[in-house]
Each structure stands twice: as structure tokens, then as C-alpha cells.
Design a protein around this ligand. Structure first.
Ligand code: ATP
Length: 239
């Protein structure tokens, strides 16, 4: 289980962005984290994966644990080594590199089995196999999202954090991404999914959290959140 307990995050020593956030992602599940722009979702993902300090942020209170081992005391590479991968918002692939080179970068922490891990990614995303020699910058938005996900998966994480994978993609591609997230989960990876597209996220999640102004304001089974019109209109924007 990935567990976030009472976490507070401050940027630049002054701006309190997370105000005591707790959430749990049980092993094997897909959990959705929803909320408006600026609610603090990306900050929470950065806090979990050790990427706050590059933005002058810091955890000032609380704990993050992965299978009962503390993560908040580790740096980002050690967190990856502990089994946690992240796909950042905005599909940051290396645009000048080929698809395959991007995947190799994702596997740099592996001690062996890189070729096999890359083949597994190609199995999951056949379009990446077709484009393996192509420069990543020339891929479509959806393909770049798949590459960003594939790059994280090469490290074979037990837990994967996804930051708005559907952002800016056409509905048909969103559907594909959604199916792939389900497949990734069925292959054994636990997923924490941050999304503005609440309907998409809640349709595949078991549990959902809603964040507002740096706090969790709702915490319910995904089906219950999905069924509640008021919640959908009010908190989740798009329905
Ligand atoms: P979005 O969907 O727009 O990414 P979000 O819910 O992920 O929204 P965050 O990006 O975590 O929200 O931002 C939460 C708040 O923290 C915002 O008010 C934002 O302006 C602020 N913030 C984010 N990064 C920094 C930073 N490096 N320094 C100062 N404030 C920041």
C-alpha cells in the first residue's frame, strides 16, 4: 500500500500548498485523485516521488510510506528503486531522441533485463514498436503520452503515479489510454491516477479522492462519486 499521512508541503518556505493530506492506495488498485486546477494534485505527486525540491518545495509535516517503508526520507532515484514510478504532467519525452532511446533512458536504474522490459512495453503499446526508430518529438500527443508511460514502465514499478494522462487528447485516444491503464493494472501495477477527466478516471478506479485548496474534501468508492451529479458538476468540472 502507498500511504500518505497528514502531509504538509510548503513552496519557497512560505506558501502552504498541501494542508495535511492523507490518502491510501492499496496494492493492486487504481485510485483516482481529482480536483480543479491549482488544488494541489501535482504537488502531492511530487511530494510522493521526491521531486519537490527542484521546485523549491518541501514536505514540512507528515509521512509517505510504500509497503510500510518510509519514502519521504529518500531522494527521487531511491524512490524509483523502491518501486515507485511517475509519469509527469505534459508528457516530457526527450524530443530529440528516438522512441527506443527514450525507453532506454527509463531503464537506466535497472541492473539487467532491459531488452525484455522494453519488449513488454512494445507488447503493451504496439504503436511504439512500429515507431521505435522515430524521433519522439514527431510523435502525436497520444503517442508521446504512451511513450512517457512506457518509459516509466521499463523500470517495472510496483506503483505508478500518472499525472493527467488524458490532457489535451481526442476522446478516441483517451479511450485507448484508459484501456491501457486498466491493462497495466491487470499486469500487476498499482496506479494512482490524477485526472481532470473525472468520468474517465472514476470509471476505472476503485476509489476516488477529491482535493480542494490543498485538502482532501471527499473520499469515497469511485462508483459513488461517479453517480453523484452534484459532486460531478460541482467538484469535478467535466462530466
Ligand atoms: P494543475 O491541474 O493545474 O496542475 P494541481 O491541482 O496539480 O493543478 P499544483 O500544480 O499542485 O495543483 O499547484 C497547487 C498550488 O501550488 C497552486 O496554487 C500553484 O500556484 C502552487 N505552486 C505550484 N508549484 C509551485 C512552485 N514551484 N512555487 C510556488 N507555488 C507553486
Amino acid at each position: 500500500m502507498l500511504s500518505v499521512k497528514n502531509v504538509e508541503v510548503v513552496y519557497n518556505d512560505v506558501i502552504l500548498v498541501l494542508r495535511g493530506v492523507s490518502l491510501q492506495v492499496p496494492k493492486g488498485s487504481i485510485v483516482a485523485l481529482l480536483g480543479a486546477n491549482g488544488a494541489g494534485k501535482t504537488t502531492l505527486l511530487r511530494a510522493v516521488s521526491g521531486l519537490l525540491d527542484v521546485h523549491d518545495g518541501a514536505i514540512t509535516k507528515g509521512q509517505v510510506t510504500l509497503d510500510d517503508k518510509p519514502l519521504h526520507t529518500l531522494d527521487a532515484p531511491k524512490i524509483v528503486a523502491a518501486g515507485l514510478g511517475q509519469v509527469l504532467e505534459g508528457r516530457r519525452v526527450f524530443g530529440e531522441f528516438t522512441v527506443e532511446e527514450n525507453l532506454r533512458v527509463g531503464g537506466h536504474t535497472r541492473s539487467g533485463g532491459l531488452g525484455e522490459a522494453i519488449e513488454e512495453v512494445y507488447d503493451l503499446f504496439p504503436v511504439l514498436a512500429e515507431r521505435r526508430k522515430k524521433t519522439a518529438g514527431y510523435l502525436s500527443g497520444g503517442e508521446q503520452q504512451m511513450l512517457a508511460m512506457g518509459r516509466a514502465l521499463v523500470a517495472k514499478p510496483d506503483y505508478l503515479l500518472l499525472d493527467e494522462p488524458s490532457l489535451g487528447l481526442a476522446p478516441r485516444i483517451v479511450q485507448q489510454i484508459k484501456d491501457i491503464i486498466v491493462e497495466i493494472n491487470q499486469r500487476g501495477t498499482t496506479v494512482l491516477l490524477v485526472e481532470q477527466n473525472a468520468t474517465m478516471a472514476l470509471s476505472i478506479a476503485t476509489h476516488g479522492y477529491v482535493m480542494e485548496h490543498g485538502k482532501i474534501v471527499m473520499d469515497k468508492p469511485a462508483a459513488e462519486l461517479l453517480d453523484d451529479d452534484d459532486i460531478r458538476d460541482f467538484y469535478l468540472g467535466r462530466g
